[in-house]
Design a protein around this ligand. Sequence first.
Ligand code: NCD
Ligand code: ZN
Length: 347
Amino acid sequence: MTSIRIAAPDDWHVHLRDDDMLSAVAPFTADAFRYALVMPNLVPPITTTAMAQSYRERIIAAAGPNARADFTPLMGLYLNDDLVIDDLLAGVDAGVVFAVKYYPAGATTNSEAGGSSLIGYQAVLEAMAEAAIPLLVHAESTDPDIDIFDREAAFLEAQLAPACDAVPGLTVTVEHISTRAGLEFVAAHEGFAGSITPHHLTCDRSDILANGLRPDLYCKPVINSREERDALAAAAMSGDPSFFIGTDSAPHPLSHKETGRAKAGIFNAPYALEVVAELFHQHDSLDRLEGFLSLNGPRHYGLPVAESTITLTREEPTDPPPEIVTTGDGVDVRIFGADAAALWTIS
Ligand code: NCD
Ligand code: ZN
């Protein structure tokens, strides 16, 4: 038996949706994580402080009876032409808004309202740099001429690098890093950080394609090669404080995944910690687990480390845990990570 106690973890990138889906998925995040940095890609997107405030209240109401006492949603605003600088600054001052998320239009689920050029928002970015508001970036080119597996690198070079040069002092998180290009970009920029998902740490594209097409493993940015996966895992386990967990837990109805055009997004909140713990265990790196799950994120965002702790224990495999969650209105959602969850208990 292996057991490890760490400060309570945070999820620095999560999609909680709304309505019946929110009610079904929010408790998993609220039970496991202290802070949850909530993505604003609802339809319509969360672009104002008032919308963020009301969404935050719906999340807290949906967190459920077993929610951690310190569970705290942190709200992101969606960067597009509807975002008003004064409203953003007021929202941050009021403690309602925490960060701003940029989606290239068309790159991923509910990104249609996003931007076509990051530098097009220079005035917003300057106000954010001035007020030290974090910019969260979905770093994926939408150029159809660029191969899907090269689109992270392409976006970083063509969009994020020029924006960072034009607006010095931005605090940037490259979200759900999927390639070495993302790791290198963060390493090259003082004060930048990268979130990494449980699935990008543990899967490669052969898992999606080699043994029957797996729509449950389809997400954006698309899970890349074995070499990229190994580089991500090495970075996460290296102790480098620039990298921390963002689950990118992104539930979709099974009927939207197992269909002609699968929606991008993997629902992993229920077993995210177990998946990461098993990876670190397999590489004799459990002594670095707390950094990745609980220390590096708060440090990057200037927040205190959780005072509470959790204990993760690895035992003989139990019966496989559930792989499906059903929402109140009868919609099934598949959960990632049941194999690891059978090995670990968390208290
Ligand atoms: C996310 C979603 O479904 O909202 N999908 C995904 O594949 N990761 C959006 C996102 O973060 O790209
Ligand atoms: Zn996401």
